[in-house]
Design a protein around this ligand. Structure first.
Ligand SMILES: NC(=O)c1ccc[n+]([C@@H]2O[C@H](COP(=O)([O-])OP(=O)(O)OC[C@H]3O[C@@H](n4cnc5c(N)ncnc54)[C@H](O)[C@@H]3O)[C@@H](O)[C@H]2O)c1
Length: 353
């Protein structure tokens, strides 16, 4: 099958490309080689065409003979300031819109979209007597005095987390998250307008070989790894019991392969996760032990935009794609503790003009 893979030189795109090659698919690989991701003046890897997905003529050319588009290209990370908003809107949303228009023009009807757990914003919670709860964002005065859990306003008890499913409301809490929600909305509307199909893979916390190093735009696994490499303790925010789902990049590649090879109907969002929740403190401990580095320090600091818990239900991806993560977090994080990181260093703030 001939597949257009955007973002093919990125962390996840490189793994998807290898998986497609191994499966015998014909890959048209494209990437803009943004300096925010690869450092200034980076060359495209062999076989990757330097193309901006916001360029309609270049994208039309790439789409010749393509059956499925696997769209990984994006500016990533939580965003550092409001100055990043145009970069997220431009690369992620205009880029997706240009791609969708070109696909309709070329008669390419299937898209696999890299989405993210950040589209949910908050996780899903329940009270002690199992009633669903939709808490408001945490208050700064509570966080300042070390009260990190959401509480039941009636009883004052901490709310428990529940694995989030794909029907949960989308409440983006960062500029990046807003751009990922918009990508999904454009893609969903495109299926209605064209009869095309979109499988939106909502990756949870991805980690693995060749992950980018620590920048203000990095995820927590890269931040902990970079601290350990510098001979420092990983610094764990809040009390370390905040829960996430860490999914290995090989499993992300496998989920993309499954989605590419399995046409679904309409717009189908799917959590892509290990299905084994883990606390952030435990992630730091596993990495530190396996790296042979300094023990983590739980600092009690917090970032106002962070959510307390977000844990995925992997059930729908299991049912519709037959996808089951192969790498459990304990084994995967142990391997990641000494895995190679991306050699090139991104410049941080993304350019967009
Ligand atoms: N890494 C994660 O934890 C994670 C989690 C959830 C979702 N995602 C999503 O997965 C996808 C891949 O992320 P990643 O972690 O590999 O990031 P990455 O930065 O390593 O890769 C993204 C690639 O997209 C390219 N790119 C950006 N704008 C482009 C444009 N206009 N035209 C062509 N190429 C462009 C960049 O040069 C880069 O190589 C993104 O869509 C991201 O939102 C990642």
């Amino acid at each position: 099958m001939r597949v257009l893979l955007t973002g093919a030189a990125g962390f996840i795109g490189s793994h998807v490309r290898r998986a497609l090659d191994a499966a015998g698919d014909e890959v048209v690989a494209a990437d803009l080689m943004l300096s925010a991701a690869h450092g200034p003046g980076a060359e495209a890897p062999d076989g990757v065409r330097r193309v901006d997905v916001r360029d309609p003529e270049a994208v039309a050319e790439l789409l010749r003979g393509v059956e499925v588009v696997c769209h990984q290209a994006a500016v990533v990370g939580a965003g550092v300031s409001a100055a990043d908003a145009p970069a997220y809107a431009s690369h992620n949303d205009l880029g997706t819109a240009v791609l969708l228009a070109a696909m309709a023009e070329a008669g390419v009807r299937r898209l696999v979209l890299a989405s993210s757990m950040v589209v949910y914003g908050e996780g899903q919670y329940r009270t002690a007597d199992f009633a669903p709860a939709l808490p408001a964002p945490r208050r700064r005065e509570d966080l300042d005095r070390g009260v990190f859990d959401h509480v039941d306003p009636h009883t004052g008890d901490a709310l428990d987390w529940v694995a989030i499913n794909e029907d949960s409301p989308l409440r983006p809490r960062s500029l990046y998250a807003a751009s990922k929600v918009a990508q999904e909305h454009y893609a969903g509307a495109w299926t209605a307008a064209t009869g095309g199909t979109v499988t939106a893979l909502r990756y949870h916390n991805v980690y693995g070989d060749d992950m980018p190093r620590d920048t203000p735009y990095s995820g927590v696994a890269a931040i902990f790894r970079s601290a350990l490499e510098a001979g420092e303790s990983p610094r764990v925010f809040e009390d370390g019991t905040q829960m996430r789902d860490f999914v290995h990049v090989r499993d992300i590649a496998a989920a993309n392969l499954a989605a590419i090879h399995r046409p679904l109907t309409g717009f189908v969002p799917l959590n892509i996760a290990s299905g084994i929740p883990i606390g952030i403190g435990e992630v730091a401990e596993l990495l530190a032990a396996a790296h042979g580095g300094k023990a983590p320090v739980v600092t009690g600091e917090y970032r106002p935009g962070d959510v307390r818990h977000i844990v995925a239900s992997p059930e729908r991806a299991r049912a519709v794609l037959d996808f089951n993560a192969a790498v459990a977090p304990a084994a995967g994080l142990t391997e990641f503790a000494t895995a190679p990181l991306r050699t090139a260093c991104g410049t941080g703030a993304p350019e967009w003009r």
